[in-house]
Design a protein around this ligand. Sequence first.
Ligand code: NAD
Ligand code: TDX
Length: 341
Amino acid sequence: MRILVTGGAGFIASNFIRHMLSAYPGYHIVNIDSLTYAGNLENLREIESSDRYSFVKGDICNSDLLRGIAFDAIIHFAAESHVDRSILDAQPFLQTNIMGTYTLLEEARQRGCVFLHVSTDEVYGSTEEGFFHEDSPLRPNSPYAASKASSDLLVRAFGETHGVKAMITRCSNNYGPFQFPEKLIPLVILNGLSDKPVPVYGDGMNVRDWIHVVDHCRAVDAVFHRGRAGEVYNIGARNERTNIDLVKMILKEVAEVRGVDEGRLLDLITFVHDRKGHDRRYAIDPARLEGDTGWNPRVDFREGIKNTIEWYRANEAWWQRILSGEYREYYRTQYGERLRA
Ligand code: NAD
Ligand code: TDX
């Protein structure tokens, strides 16, 4: 089976490709990624020479390019993913997240292939109490969330109208290795390691529901193999935290591994202006996923955070190249000649 994975040079899909290649020796993964600022082929260094992996540099909005690629199924991760950027400029979010998904759906329709759409709990908006269920109303609040909700509706429409065998997953906040340091957890780790201020938006009482990226990848794998066509699956690990509690927990762990005074790192916390339209709380009910596929999260949160801190400490060269911008050269130096050949 040849699976087209979109956005494979990003955080979650690079973890997913590693997972799939090791779990399924018979699969070939084709990764299509346009290498935006968030795409980093160094994330795939471990598997890039596998003969069961190939890379196509390209945009998911390019239907001519897609037509020329051989595959039997699509697992769609590519997106503009950072809420703060969507507040500054929504255009790339609408282009990639809506038009890109539409272009891939047309391709799936013509080939009759399975389409798994990786979406987010943010499409449901914010909830002060209770949990998001798959039939909760879509009430996106940020341009990012609105673009993802739009793509979810297109996936549903292509299933209903054209019979595309499509599934949607909606996951909560991910953390783990290879996450781009604009997102909260890697930002807190890196700033805690380098004694830089740690910005906390608003009063720090916003709640997010955290899951380790490997558990998310296992869930997407479970839905791909055991999910029902036409269905939506929430993915979450029942792990809600306020931002301020989370930030303090991470800084305390970082202080311990660095052998420095805890109070000194907690003093790095700096309350800053709130994000516009900042959703107060996300909370996912993953019961359908558990019931239909038998999936359960495996990574204990404290252990996951400790391992993630260790990963960033052990991979300083990786994040230093991101901070300096050098990572964008990796494609040219490592892949340029080979791809042209
Ligand atoms: P990311 O920003 O780390 O990676 C996105 C990848 O998509 C990058 O490699 C980028 O180069 C690529 N890309 C962007 N536009 C493209 C285009 N037009 N054509 C081809 N490639 C393009 O994102 P992530 O955090 O790994 O998220 C992956 C998916 O999971 C997204 O769909 C996101 O909405 C969803 N999701 C993320 C989270 C989270 O906590 N990060 C939670 C739930 C769902
Ligand atoms: O510097 C910061 N300070 C801060 O207080 C940053 C970057 C964030 N925050 C807050 C905002 C959120 O309440 O922390 C929380 C997490 O922020 P992000 O890491 O930006 O994630 P979030 O906005 O919750 O969205 C993430 O989860 C759902 C992903 O980026 C999305 O792609 C995914 O769909």
